[in-house]
Design a protein. Structure first.
Length: 580
């Protein structure tokens, strides 16, 4: 799997590609679940954590900053292809190769430096997101509601929605599967080389705590509001786009500018955000929701207006300049970054002589199978003009987050689209055309991506720039490790930092908690319950051995906290706050 792919912690079966914004999610049983997805858009509860995680990634990359990074990478591929046939010693090749390297570095540095923060936000969505008093609901929360609303329950009004959504999230937080996922997070490495899951999560949690306690941003008591604000603050910042696309800087200067801007952006919010800014942000976004997509403006928080305008202009110019040279399949990626794939399966696909498509064979099929048992999970009419045939294919399930929200199923046979079912039936013709006009199979797109990335690597190598590229990547890794470790351990006393860093280098909080897996389990359980309530009576109700077991675990954790200096919990007597 490509190095820029963002995966759920501990699994490469759930992932998001920030360039194409393609996703991969596991957990769907196509025979059991596809009926409810097609008719009502519902997903099975065992997909909750992966969906919350990958959807948050997808939502973040569906943004101006995500688009700028994607266009830079696609332009690098286009430029590499344009010069690949030239002699490496020619001036045209060397100039083109330098442009390829510059585009590659800008996108690479941004993705590598932002990766732990992106993983931190996605894990916050898994373990901490919960709607509160704000009238502004994050897209993650909205889609969790739509995807995991009980099958027989109809969609409801806003007030009922919040109550039901809180119940859906709370039920999953109390489950064993999510607790085990969080245990794995707590004992993962503090290093950022493999994604920075623990460091990124601790940074996101610490930042919210500091904004609540030092900046008095009480609006962020609403855990869902914090997710939505931080996503917008980073990924919708045209000031960041301005730095990413500033053509006046090249090579080291451009990389340095991108790196410094992101680091300062996070420091800026920690030092300057106010409750008034958050109220203005909420009011502005709510007002924009009543406008068409073309009329909407993005909020500006702690950004220079001039930089924002430059960023908008630079991104518009890049889109217009790049579009004529981007392949049709790359155009599909750009045009449909608003679509998230929530399930994909490979199996035999058959187009019958009578114009039907049969996909996904029933795994229970046998010679003694009764004739009334369905042999195919998916059987429907083929697209007009589809010739009969049979072979390797795929079936994919999509949710569209654009202005015309819909769900769709696409079936491919040998990389050719043979079925596209879009629900509800009254979705606009323009939305249907948008989905159909660029459709390509994931297998074909992934193969093309691999080929394009190899093309970039070959041009960089032929120009003798590989060592320079590796140097920049190593430098960014060093910067990322330093930046995130400092902020992950921000609440740890200076005299403890060296020993804590060493203890957490490989196994996270395991050594901090005396290598006691029982304490890891207790801390994971406490953190998940704490996302629902700080009240000890509530926590004890769902804790092994009740209040006595809760207090025993809290006392042990506090002993480890006192010895190590790592801030894990705050005990307020009748209430408890968990930092991780």
């Amino acid at each position: 799997m490509a190095s820029h792919i963002h995966c759920s912690q501990g699994s490469d079966r759930n992932w998001t590609d920030p360039i194409s914004n393609w996703t991969g999610l596991s957990g769907v049983d196509v025979f059991r679940d596809q009926k409810w997805f097609i008719t009502r858009g519902r997903l099975p509860s065992q997909m909750f954590a992966a969906f919350a995680h990958e959807f948050t990634h997808h939502w973040c990359f569906h943004s101006p900053v995500g688009a700028a990074i994607a266009y830079l990478r696609l332009r690098a591929r286009t430029r590499a292809k344009a010069v690949s046939g030239l002699h490496p010693a020619s001036e045209e090749f060397r100039t083109g190769a330098a442009e390829v390297l510059d585009d590659l570095l800008r996108s690479d540095v941004a993705l590598k430096l932002m990766r732990p923060f992106a993983e931190g936000l996605a894990q916050y969505a898994e373990y901490d997101l919960l709607p509160g008093q704000s009238r502004l609901i994050s897209e993650t929360a909205k889609c969790i509601f739509q995807a995991f609303l009980p099958v027989k329950m109809p969609f409801v009004g806003d007030e009922e929605m919040l109550t039901i959504l809180t119940g859906i999230i709370s039920d999953n937080r109390m489950g064993e599967k999510l607790r085990e996922r969080k245990e794995n997070l707590l004992v993962s490495s503090l290093e950022c080389d493999e994604g920075g899951y623990l460091a990124g999560y601790m940074v996101v949690k610490n930042l919210r705590f500091l904004l609540l306690t030092e900046r008095k941003c009480t609006a962020l008591l609403d855990q869902d509001h914090y997710l939505g604000f931080m996503r917008s603050f980073i990924y919708e910042d045209y000031g960041f786009v301005d730095e990413l696309l500033d053509s006046d800087r090249l090579g080291y200067d451009s990389v340095q500018a991108v790196s410094v801007y992101f680091q300062r952006r996070l420091s800026h919010v920690a030092a300057n955000l106010t409750n008034d800014m958050l109220e203005q942000f909420e009011k502005f976004v709510l007002e924009q929701q009543g406008r068409t997509l073309e009329e909407r403006e993005l909020p500006i928080v702690l950004s220079e207006p001039a930089a924002v305008e430059r960023g908008k202009a630079r991104l518009d110019r890049l889109r217009k300049a790049a579009s004529p040279y981007i392949s049709r399949d790359d155009m599909w990626r750009v045009a449909q970054r608003s679509i998230i794939c929530v399930g994909r399966f490979r199996d035999r696909v058959k187009v019958t002589e009578t114009g039907f498509v049969e996909a996904i064979t029933n795994p229970e099929i046998g010679t003694d199978m009764p004739p009334e048992m369905p042999r195919w999970a998916f059987k429907t009419g083929a697209l007009p003009g589809t010739p009969p045939g049979e072979g390797q294919g795929s079936i994919s399930f999509f949710i569209c987050l654009g202005p015309a929200q819909y769900r769709a199923v696409a079936v491919h046979l040998d990389d050719r689209l043979v079925v596209a079912t879009i629900m509800p039936h009254d979705v606009s013709d323009s939305a249907k055309e948008h989905f159909l006009s660029f459709q390509t199979s994931y297998d074909k797109a992934a193969a093309q991506d691999d080929l394009a990335e190899k093309g970039i690597d070959q041009v960089v190598a032929d120009a003798g720039l590989t060592e320079e590229l590796l140097h920049f990547r190593e430098n960014v890794s060093w910067v990322a490790n330093k930046f995130y470790k400092q902020r992950a351990l921000l609440l740890t006393p200076d005299e403890n930092l060296d020993s804590v860093e060493e203890d957490m280098r490989q196994d996270g909080l395991l050594h901090v908690l005396d290598d006691d897996l029982g304490l890891i389990e207790a801390l994971a359980r406490l953190g998940l319950l704490n996302s629902i309530s700080w009240d000890k009576v509530f926590l004890a109700k769902y804790f092994p051995s009740g209040l006595q077991g809760l207090q025993a675990a809290v006392d042990r954790i506090k002993e480890c906290q006192q010895r190590s200096g790592v801030r894990l919990i705050d005990d307020f007597g009748n209430a408890l706050y968990v930092h991780v």
